[in-house]
Design a protein around this ligand. Structure first.
Ligand SMILES: *Cc1c(COP(=O)(O)O)cnc(C)c1O
Length: 404
């Protein structure tokens, strides 16, 4: 930034919750954003897998305007037509039968934890239900969601955490079996761990977990906050695994950039009754009207198929970069348009900064993985452009060759 944006005045009044990259963004169109100095960036972050339709999508903008002119907010004291229509869209396309709407991923997971506990109390008469989650998982920052998150660095300073959680290594069946107790109420997993380093789930593991849950009436909960809504080249990431969950949590891309979260449940587990759970903003006309428009655009423009095709192109290109820079890159992994460049060392922030210098926005996923999560509208030309810019960034980080 050359100084047209004053970071000092900003930092004076904003809590220091985030280590921010030194740019202020003020405008976007498609897969591109512009900073306050007018510099353009190719956006392969998309608000962390949130702006699936890119920025300022004309039809989404139109839906936002129309909904704002009609009705923003009422209350769940009343029937909200947009809420029913969005739930129907989700239910008709997923394993779920019933939906509860909230405002974020963390809240969707909180809702799942509460629902799983209620099911265990009322149906299985377990007085102290336990939930098993994975190490290196990420489920959000509220007390329940952060307890579910299997990363000690997010727990520091916030004890006492919620009781009733245990953590197992991801994709490790023996460890999971060893962690089961008669009080196990639910197993909460990401089909692909996003924040934890873009680590895909393994089919055999997930299929075995499904069998265990069926045998013991344990709820299988999938957190698809990051990987749902077409990101992986299927509408739901669980389609990669050939396994269906009992509860599914969504947020990030669901609203195309406006805040909304959802807990989707199979009929049998949808045991909330009036008074059990609620949210003032959850499922309001604005959020649901806009999210429904985002869902319809996703379908009308075949963006899930695009995510699959462009994802393959991206993975092939990243694999070539890994071969070109073996001293920096250890490998590539991911599904569809969530890909991780796995580095040899804990240098994700350096690579992201070097890419920023080249005009490409990327985001780390842990210390040693660089995550690429572009909008699902990304074109083949933009994929090539991003690969070229990332190649330049990696080249800029090479130790200078001393010419005698
Ligand atoms: C981002 C994320 C969350 C938390 O979502 P918020 O909207 O930030 O609360 C939960 N789970 C996963 C897998 C995520 O990627």
């Amino acid at each position: 930034m050359d100084g047209s944006f004053d970071t000092k005045t900003f930092d004076d009044v904003i809590m220091h919750t985030y280590a921010r990259f030194p740019l202020a963004l003020e405008r976007g169109a498609g897969c591109r954003v512009w900073d306050t100095d007018g510099r353009a960036y190719l956006d392969f972050v998309a608000g962390i897998a949130t702006c699936s339709l890119g920025h300022a999508h004309p039809q989404l903008t139109e839906a936002i305007t129309a909904q704002a002119q009609r009705l923003l907010h009422v209350s769940n004291l009343y029937y909200i037509p947009e809420q029913g229509a969005l739930a129907r869209w989700l239910v008709e396309r997923s394993v779920a039968d019933k939906v509860f709407f909230c405002n974020s991923g963390a809240e969707a997971n909180e809702s799942a934890i509460k629902l799983a506990r209620k099911y265990a109390y009322t149906t299985r008469h377990i007085s102290a239900p336990e939930i098993i989650t994975a190490q290196a998982s990420f489920h959000g920052r509220t007390m329940g969601a952060v307890t579910a998150t299997g990363q000690p660095k997010y727990h520091k300073y916030f004890a006492p955490l919620l009781p009733g959680f245990s953590y197992v290594p991801y994709n490790d069946l023996a460890a999971l079996e060893a962690a089961l107790t008669p009080n196990t109420a639910a197993i909460l997993l990401e089909p692909l761990q996003g924040e934890g380093g873009v680590v895909p789930g393994e089919r055999e593991y997930f299929q075995a977990v499904r069998r265990i849950c069926d045998e013991r009436d344990i709820l299988l909960i999938f957190d698809e906050v990051q990987v749902g809504m077409g990101r992986t080249g299927y509408l739901w990431a669980y389609q990669h695994l050939g396994v269906e969950p009992d509860l599914l949590t969504l947020a990030k891309a669901l609203g195309g950039g406006i805040p909304i979260g959802a807990l989707c449940a199979r009929e049998k587990f949808a045991v909330f009754q009036p008074g059990d759970h609620a949210s003032t903003f959850g499922g309001n006309p604005f959020a649901c009207g806009v999210a429904l428009a985002a869902c319809r655009i996703l379908e009308a423009q075949n963006l899930v198929a695009n995510a699959r095709l462009r994802g393959e192109q991206l993975q092939v290109g990243l694999t070539k970069l890994a071969q070109r820079f073996p001293e920096q890159v250890a490998g590539v992994r991911g599904w569809g348009l969530i890909q991780g460049l796995v580095l040899q060392e804990d240098r994700a922030v350096q690579v992201v900064n070097a890419a920023l210098q080249q005009g490409l926005l990327l985001v780390p996923a842990g210390a040693s993985v660089v995550r690429l999560v572009p909008p699902l509208i990304v074109t083949s030309t933009e994929i090539e452009e991003a690969l070229d810019l990332l190649g330049r960034a990696l080249a800029s980080l090479r130790a200078p060759v001393l010419v005698p």
